[in-house]
Write a protein that binds this ligand. Structure first.
Ligand SMILES: [Zn+2]
Length: 51
C-alpha cells in the first residue's frame, strides 16, 4: 500500500496502524513520517517559546 504525502508529494508506505486508519478514513489527508516529525518538532518549539 502506497500513500502520497500532501506536504512533500512523496509516496510512502504507511505503518500498519496508519494503514488501518487510512482504510477507515480514505478521504483524510495523509502526511509522511518525515513531515509529521517536522511538524511535531515545530509545534513543540512554538509551545516552549511561548511565555
Ligand atoms: Zn511528507
Amino acid at each position: 500500500m502506497k500513500v502520497i504525502c500532501i506536504l512533500c508529494d512523496e509516496a510512502f508506505t504507511p505503518s500498519k496502524f496508519q494503514a488501518r486508519k487510512i482504510m477507515k478514513h480514505p478521504h483524510k489527508i495523509q502526511i509522511c513520517e518525515t513531515c509529521h516529525d517536522r511538524i511535531t518538532t515545530k509545534v513543540n518549539m512554538q509551545r516552549t517559546a511561548k511565555p
